[in-house]
Design a protein around this ligand. Structure first.
Ligand code: 3HC
Ligand code: NAI
Length: 686
């Protein structure tokens, strides 16, 4: 099968790109397009070319899988030049998501017609790149400078209507791409659509526009993209050469490696052993518990169009849950996600009650009650009595054993962990925790649910904390150790924020509530090994009732939106050091990052080694979409690959000289280093 077909219909050559699933501009498409233009050029009868794509979208960009491989000619910029130089005008018909290299192909044609519903964008910056096939040079010649810079630097797509108004599209039509291409080609022939060569249009970018975008530009990726756009004031060939050089530079950057990995991580996690199992129907849902998580989960379901029955313990809690959900929906109206009428209609599909019996007919129940095995045991025992056969019974527990929860029912095959992240109607991650008896179709249904909720599901086996919280619980200790050894907590936060985390770990635990970690520490105290170092500073903080933001004070003191360091923390640290005979030493920011990341990688490696996660890339996805891990590093294990596994191994070995209990080298890490392999090599085995 070829990726590009040409059909001659008298004066019209119809050229179709057909490279499922998204018509990415891989080698076959590139070579096919050049050949098709040549065929049309060689045929004297042909006067105009109608270019379109089969399937769900016009070209959604360069083929990302080819990045990093030896380049195969013709490259995309050359194909664009061929299209632009075609003596026979090419009218390009766009549908679906015309993105990146796809839009660049379209920009090189002599006319563009969109099909309703189309979105157009240059998302290269999301991959740590910049448009590399003329996008930064041709777009400012077709639309005003601010629109061009907005698209180039934000990566956000615009609608067909906006593109029409900006002059990026010549027309907007309805119909199948092939029919619209034939029709548009006829319009070129009869003069109702006027072709123009993009390179011949004046550049509409002004210095003021560039300066204003530069003032807002954050990070090397955006700066590079703006530099390329600036070159559009030069003659076309010179500008294209500068763009190309910058694109090649970007391709070699660590930021691109990380962001490309993040792109594939988002998709790779859907490849699970249960993918072929037949998912059950999910029309209605129940949620038990209407606190922080239950109300967020109910909101997420409602926003996805699922009627929800929410159970709370007492009337006042029922009312509280309803109000919280109503407020969440107000937020959706404010953000333009739904109209006021839709909000009313949606809220009408929510039932809040104290009567567990109301769950008799729902297809799925998600339990989000207190994190206590006794409470959960009671709830699941009741669900077993009440729910219809085939209903999925899920727990949102953060740490507890899902096997034990399943054993409270006579239907463990229907029980699963669905671990949402707070706020549950906003955060994209959903850990799907598969217990030993969970039926494959229950797993498949959970992944289908995630898609419906627009979330990214990652499969986890059962362990304390599953993938994310287990790793968090481990590396979080490294920050307490560094603090006790002398690093001020605010330096730890700022070093990690500079590394790319939106918030440092101390600020995060203040936000989540210091009491949560305190409860976990108390729960684990009886099983804590004697040789484990234990830092008491956070306990001292909690003993004062300083639970973080919600109590106005934690590690930081909060005043409205500003935070300042709580001066008591340094005193607690000094007192504990004095009691334990520790002399404070100073840390530089890099040492802090190296230590924190080594801890994260060590536990992540163990999670892969123990097969809690299917692949390293699943761990990366958990951190990218649930823990604010900086996208340009691609996730903790991709960070390890970029840094070098041998470097990480020797860091852990070094730290182990000080604390051999905490710093144990994961066997998997040692094996990979010995075999000269990376974590990414393990992703390829699936
Ligand atoms: N290259 C290679 N594979 C791609 C791809 C691309 N550009 N875009 C999508 N795919 C693959 C996905 O990995 C996925 O594969 P899988 O099924 O094996 O996991 C499959 O196509 C389907 O993709 P989605 O699951 O994402 O499908 P959706 O329908 O949800 O979304 C989309 C479609 C909006 C097109 C989305 O895939 C997307 O945003 N793609 C990337 C677009 C992009 O970044 N383009 C710019 C590329 S860089 C470039 O063009 C450089 C140029 O300037 C030189
Ligand atoms: P919360 O304390 O805010 O809410 C719990 C709610 O459950 C309360 O409103 C309570 O009245 C209700 N409840 C308790 N027993 C009940 C019963 N038998 N029947 C009906 N309602 C009952 O707690 P939160 O934070 O929402 O946590 C709930 C669960 O979600 C816990 O298992 C927790 O570990 C987990 N979780 C919490 C996250 C967080 O960030 N808060 C993140 C992910 C999971």
């Amino acid at each position: 099968m070829t990726a590009v077909h040409i059909t001659i219909e008298g004066a019209i050559a119809l050229v179709a790109i057909d490279n499922p699933p998204v018509n990415a501009a891989g080698f076959d498409v590139r070579a096919g397009l050049v050949a098709a233009v040549q065929t049309a050029a060689d045929n004297d009868a042909v006067k105009v070319i109608g270019l379109y794509a089969a399937g769900r979208t016009f070209v959604a960009g360069a083929d990302i899988r080819e990045f990093g491989q030896p380049p195969k000619l013709p490259l995309l910029p050359e194909v664009c030049d061929v299209l632009e130089a075609s003596a026979k005008p090419i009218v390009c018909v766009l549908h679906g998501t015309t993105l990146g290299g796809g839009l660049e192909l379209a920009l090189s044609c002599q006319a563009r017609v969109g099909i309703k519903g189309l979105k157009l964008g240059l998302p290269e910056v999301n991959l740590g790149l910049l448009p590399g096939a003329g996008g930064t040079q041709r777009l400012p010649r077709l639309v005003d400078g601010a629109t061009a810079l907005g698209m180039i630097t934000s990566g956000k797509p615009i609608t067909a209507q906006a593109a029409l108004e900006a002059g990026l599209l010549d027309d907007l039509q309805d119909g199948a791409p092939e029919d619209v291409a034939r029709q548009a080609a006829r319009q070129v022939l009869d003069g109702t659509l006027t072709p123009r060569v993009t390179a011949a249009q004046p550049n509409r970018l002004t210095q003021e526009q560039l300066d204003s975008f530069r003032a807002k530009a954050k990070g090397e990726v955006m700066v590079r993209a703006l530099k390329a756009a600036e070159a559009s004031s030069l003659p076309m060939a010179e500008g294209l050469a500068i763009e190309r050089a910058l694109f090649v530079e970007a391709l070699q950057s660590d930021a691109h490696k990380g962001m490309k990995h993040a792109f594939f991580a988002e998709r790779a996690v859907a490849h699970i052993p249960e993918a072929q199992a037949e998912a059950r129907d999910l029309a209605t849902a129940g949620v038990i518990g209407g606190g922080t998580m239950g109300s967020g989960i109910a909101t997420a379901m409602l926003l996805a169009g699922m009627p929800v029955t929410l159970i709370e313990m007492q009337a006042d809690r029922v009312e509280f849950a309803r109000e919280t959900i109503a407020r969440n929906l107000d937020g959706a109206v404010k953000r333009g996600k739904m109209s006021a009428e839709q909000r009313e209609a949606t809220l009408a599909t929510l039932t809040c009650t104290t009567d567990m019996g109301a769950l008799a007919d729902v297809d799925l129940v998600i339990e989000a009650v207190f994190e206590s095995m006794d409470v959960k045991r009671d709830v699941f025992g009741q669900l077993d009595q009440i729910c219809k056969a085939g209903a999925i019974l899920a727990s949102n527990t953060s740490y507890l054993d899902v096997n034990e929860i399943a054993a409270c029912t006579k239907r463990p095959q229907d029980v699963i962990g669905l671990h949402f992240f707070s706020p549950a109607h906003v955060m994209r991650l959903l850990e799907v925790v598969v217990a030993k008896d969970t039926a494959p179709e229950v797993v498949a249904t959970s992944f289908k649910l995630a898609k419906k909720l627009r979330k990214i599901a990652v499969r986890s086996e059962v362990c304390d904390g599953f993938i994310g919280n287990r790793i968090l619980a481990y590396y979080r200790k490294s920050t307490a150790y560094m603090q006790l050894d002398g690093a001020p907590f605010e330096q730890i936060d700022s070093a990690l924020e500079a590394f790319g985390f939106a918030m440092g770990p101390f600020a995060v635990s203040d936000l989540a509530g210091q009491d949560i970690g305190w409860a976990t520490r108390k729960r684990l105290a009886p099983t804590r090994p004697e040789e484990e170092r234990y830092v008491e500073i956070a306990d001292r903080v909690c003993e004062q009732g300083w639970f973080g933001r919600k109590s106005g004070k934690g590690f930081y003191v909060y005043d409205g939106k500003t935070r300042s360091v709580n001066p008591a923390i340094a005193e607690f640290a000094d007192a504990e050091r004095a009691a334990k005979g520790i002399t404070a030493r100073s840390f530089n920011d890099q040492e802090i990052v190296d230590c924190y990341m080594a801890a994260m990688v060590a536990e992540a490696a163990r999670v892969v080694e123990e097969k809690i996660a299917l692949r390293p890339i699943d761990v990366d996805a958990v951190f990218l979409f649930g823990y604010g891990f900086p996208r340009h590093w691609g996730g903790p294990l991709q960070y390890a690959d970029i840094t070098g596994l041998d470097v990480i191994l020797s860091r852990i070995e070094n730290y182990a000289k000080e604390d051999a209990h905490y710093w144990q080298v994961p066997a998997l890490l040692r094996e990979l280093v010995a075999a000269g392999k990376s974590f990414n090599d393990l992703n390829k085995n699936h």
